[in-house]
Design a protein around this ligand. Structure first.
Ligand code: ZN
Ligand code: FE
Length: 259
């Protein structure tokens, strides 16, 4: 169980490599699930804790994030908050929100941050009082989401928004992709000692069946290649000396796609 200020986060594996997150505001007992990858698993985890799900906060429309909305609404009668920018792709919802909005989880405010790129309507939820953010498929440990709908300049602008959060922010990424991401990161940044240390830590954690998520932004800043597209030395090492940051980001993204 992760304690962040007024919030308690229960994280558990869902489907093949997703994470489910049940978040409880301790002052009021209000509970939200971040996304709905697998309604049965999420509902059973809530039952085990004696928690009833009041709210669903969707990050984007993909079925491994919103596919369980209807079943959870039926089982718990929860209210579903979805990104406005995903339009009808999320059919089951009660309310839509977009960049700059604030949603309440009991007494705790979560700020909605628009982070298009993986999908065009993708949003993240940031709880300043809890120093944590649910970033969906936008940012992963040592990686970022595939650019299915956005363009490099749009995606890079979203990365910059997340990068500007306080460094101590715990990032709750929606997938356990870290081992594969580390292999790629090492291929483009082979001299990075902090990255090598993180790679060993990932092996230790996974050997014990433990998650590599959440990670703090501070820990990711020096080692996640997708956060470093405006680092001149890193750009030069990729043959992109003097290129605009979004062009460097595009280069890293396309190398990862082919890795
Ligand atoms: Zn996705
Ligand atoms: Fe996903």
């Amino acid at each position: 169980m992760h304690h962040g200020g007024p919030l308690l986060v229960h994280q558990f594996p869902c489907l093949s490599d997703n994470y489910g997150f049940l978040v409880r505001d301790e002052a009021t007992g209000t509970v939200a699930t971040i996304d709905t990858p697998d309604a049965k698993t999420i509902g059973d985890e809530a039952d085990k804790l004696g928690w009833s799900i009041d709210l669903v906060f969707n990050t984007h429309w993909h079925p491994d994030h919103a596919g369980g909305n209807a079943a959870l609404a039926e089982r718990f009668g929860c209210k579903i908050i979805a990104p406005e920018g995903e339009g009808d792709k999320i059919a089951v919802k009660d309310e839509v929100v977009s960049d700059g909005a604030e949603v309440m989880l009991g007494d705790t405010a979560l700020k909605v941050i628009g982070v298009p790129g993986h999908t065009l309507g993708h949003i993240a939820y940031y709880a300043a009082d809890a120093s944590l953010a649910f970033v969906g498929d936008t940012l992963f440990s040592l990686g970022c989401g595939r650019m299915f709908e956005g363009t490099p300049d749009v995606f890079w602008a979203s990365i910059l928004k997340l990068r500007s959060l306080p460094a101590e922010t715990a990032l709750f990424c929606a997938h356990e992709y870290t081992r594969a991401n580390a292999d790629f990161a090492l291929s483009v940044d082979p001299q990075n000692a902090q990255l090598a240390a993180r790679s060993e830590e990932i092996d230790r954690l996974r050997a014990e069946g433990l998650p590599t998520v959440p990670v703090t932004l501070a820990d990711e800043l020096p080692i996640n290649p997708f956060l470093r597209a405006d680092d001149a030395a890193f750009a030069a090492s990729l043959g992109k000396k003097g290129a605009a940051a979004h062009e460097v980001f595009a280069e890293v993204r396309s190398r990862k796609d082919q890795f």
